[in-house]
Design a protein around this ligand. Structure first.
Ligand SMILES: Cc1ncc(COP(=O)(O)O)c(C=O)c1O
Length: 434
């Protein structure tokens, strides 16, 4: 008897029929079914990874990591950390790396986490407990889920990057209640930056704290690539409760660090379950993180940042010029970061656009659709990531490809109806209750 016959009418197959298949079918019908995709084929041009500086794919960076790793003492477990930080997973190397990271981010203390997602779960599930949370409506899913895990906190959203709307909520807050503002410095869907100076001024005026996610700013902004807080000298602002810096984007590796006071670090080590109950980062990953910081902060990092800024400007200028020449308006989201987005309303249109691009380049250029419900209906977009390693010719090729693909799609598809990109998007879970 084959395995599928054996399992027919089993509890697991009945469960799949009742719960799994209808949910997948719903996504399929909406055109929003997610699928794994392999995008590192030979000859591929990278316009979609978060590897803004190209460190994840740099030979030189790999060699630096290998050399540094070989120098580590033999008695330290080399492949895994063997336990959580509070049990057997701590090491001299981990502590000294945390000290360095704290120094780099001008912070009293730093605490490593296994990923940015874990760091946000840790921070938001604990620090918001019993407090009022005022959160930008576009905050990342990991921040939202962290708040879901929190107890007895009230959550209100303010309009994306709208300081007046935030002030309205601050005015409504009951006196004496701690209020925590939660933002990103560079937003992952639109690539736009938070008005951090105004936000921090306002937080201080209303005696509120701020928790910041710098995932897409690390390596890209600030003099040594240390992020937007560093760019504006806000790392020691009296309202800053903690900042999260993730290593899976420009740092080209994996993990995250939470920068805060010593007290907040100790509190997280005592109460944050994603830190307490998870195996700590292993030696090889720690070495990779240290080497990434070394490169992001030295002359190589500076050069890569200059390259990426220049490439972003080139992409925007060429796309706007070429679309004007073609007589078709486009909605290019306003962003100075490597995250760029072209609005292509409708899930199916968005998917079609990306498939056409992949088809025309025989899979060498893959762009990814950001569909509803991740963004609201009508605001679906194609995300384009510009990197330090994208050449002028590659950018030129991409722009021509994007414009010709748009021209090949009919305006009746609901495309290109307005030149303005003035909208706010929100992630799917924000629409469900937190
Ligand atoms: C703003 C933001 N925060 C946190 C994360 C999660 O970081 P990680 O990929 O390290 O889990 C992401 C990842 O997409 C992100 O965009």
């Amino acid at each position: 008897m084959d395995a599928s016959a054996l399992h027919r009418n089993s509890p697991s197959s009945t469960f799949e029929e009742d719960h799994i298949l209808p949910a997948l079918e719903r996504r399929r019908k909406e055109g929003s079914l997610r699928k794994l995709q392999f995008s590192h084929q030979v000859g591929a041009i990278d316009f979609s990874s978060n590897d803004y500086l190209g460190l994840a794919q740099s030979r030189q960076q790999f060699q630096l990591v290998e050399k540094t790793f070989q120098k580590q003492p033999q008695h330290v477990p080399r492949l895994g950390s063997t336990g959580s930080r509070l049990l057997t997973g701590d090491s001299d190397y981990t502590r000294s790396l945390e000290d360095k990271l704290a120094k780099y981010h001008n912070s009293p203390a730093a605490l490593l986490a296994n990923s940015g997602y874990d760091a946000n779960l840790a921070v938001l599930s604990t620090l918001t407990m019993n407090n009022l949370v005022l959160m930008d409506e576009l905050c990342h899913n990991s921040q939202q889920m962290g708040i879901r895990l929190s107890r007895d906190c009230d959550v209100k959203q303010f309009q994306h990057n709208n300081v007046e709307d935030l002030e309205r909520l601050l005015k409504e807050a009951s006196p004496g209640r701690h209020c925590i503002i939660v933002v990103e410095t560079v937003y992952s869907m639109d690539g736009d930056r938070a008005p951090v100076v105004e936000l921090f001024d306002m937080a201080l005026r209303y005696n509120a704290c701020v928790i910041v996610d710098e995932a897409h700013a690390l390596g890209v902004f600030g003099e040594n690539g240390m992020g937007v807080l560093s760019e504006f000298g806000l790392e020691n602002h009296p309202s800053l409760l903690c900042s999260v810096h993730t290593f899976g984007k420009a740092a080209g590796c994996h993990g995250a660090v939470i920068c805060s006071s010593q007290n907040v670090k100790e509190y997280l080590l005592n109460y944050a379950r994603p830190i307490i109950y998870s195996t700590a980062v292993g030696l090889h990953a720690l070495v990779t993180i240290e080497c990434s910081y070394e490169t992001m902060r030295n002359h190589i990092g500076k050069r890569l940042r200059r390259q990426v800024y220049r490439a972003v400007q080139l992409f925007r200028r060429l796309l706007l010029e070429q679309s004007a020449k073609s007589g078709r308006q486009i909605q290019l989201i306003s962003s100075i970061s490597p995250i760029q987005a072209l609005v292509v309303p409708g899930n199916q249109n968005c998917l079609d656009f990306c498939q056409r691009v992949a088809y025309k380049t025989e899979g060498n250029i893959k762009l990814f659709p950001i569909r509803s419900p991740t963004v609201p209906k009508g605001q679906e977009r194609v995300r384009v990531i510009i990197h330090a390693h994208n050449t002028d010719q590659e950018i030129q090729q991409l722009v021509e490809l994007m414009v010709s693909t748009l021209m090949g799609m009919t305006p009746a598809d609901g495309l290109l109806t307005s030149g303005k990109s003035n909208f706010s998007a929100r992630h799917d879970v924000m629409r469900s209750k937190l």
